[in-house]
Write a new protein. Sequence first.
Length: 335
Amino acid sequence: MSEAILLVSFGGPDQHDDVIPFLENVLRGKNVPRERMLEVAEHYYHFDGRSPINDQNRDLIAALQALLERDGPALPVYWGNRNWHPLLADTLRRMQEDGVTRAYCFVTSAYSSYSGCRQYRENLIQAQAETGGPEIEFLKLRVFYNHPGFIEPMIDLTRVALEDVPADRREKARLLFTAHSIPLSMASGSKYVAQLEEACRLVAAGLQRPYELVYQSRSGPPGQPWLEPDILARIEELAASGVQDVVCVPIGFISDHMEVLYDLDTEARSKCESLGVHFVRVPTVGTDPRFVAMIRELVEERRNPDVPKRALGDRGPSHDVCPLDCCPAPVRPGR
């Protein structure tokens, strides 16, 4: 049996002309007004149409490959996306040509939800059907929201970021953890919110600070309820109450992609500046060596049931194989 690791991600455009086709892929079958799509396109044009997520995935793969070469196991690493090149089906064809029969799939989402977990499993099944080649056994690695390889770097990154707040105001600085908002119909069928709250609690406990969880980047029709509070609305409320410093922790993301660089570093920062609030944004985990080592550890525990499954807090490690009723697809408005 020939084994490999497959990094499965969302994808993003590499140039200006890619933006609209990419967003049409993302929004296909979803009830999102075209005006909203064009609005999001401007976020990408703000960065010359190039999403940072692809280079960040390349960096993560390079770091993981270097670790595997040093410590093993000697497995090749492939990369496929849901929405843009390299698309999953194209990557699977290459894996089939290389004789891969089993792939340990690391999805670049730390949490359980339809779009962050189950849909990727569906994407793999669909890509397998599209290739028509030899079948590959896909073993998705568990979600890692409470793994020390994710939580401990986030504690350290937040601790360092807090030093950007003047010492005499640091104790009163508000710690805002932020994650991508999703429709309530999607959230209600998953553990997304509970897992986010646990990740926030673990990081805040490591810092011995109070905190809030807010959401960002909603994209659905106005009448569809999504998770709240929205970060921009909450910043306005905090400013009105006299808060001088906001420290934003993008706990819902593992790299500084568009929702971080635009929705936080551009929009949220601008909102704070307009209200006279000092804004500090904590870096994402990126290629922190502990995070890269975590990916290797998740592979090893799936290959060998005797390898301990590490997790912080009381919830324990998440399941390897998702139950049939886990993270069902949300009911779209109008259906």
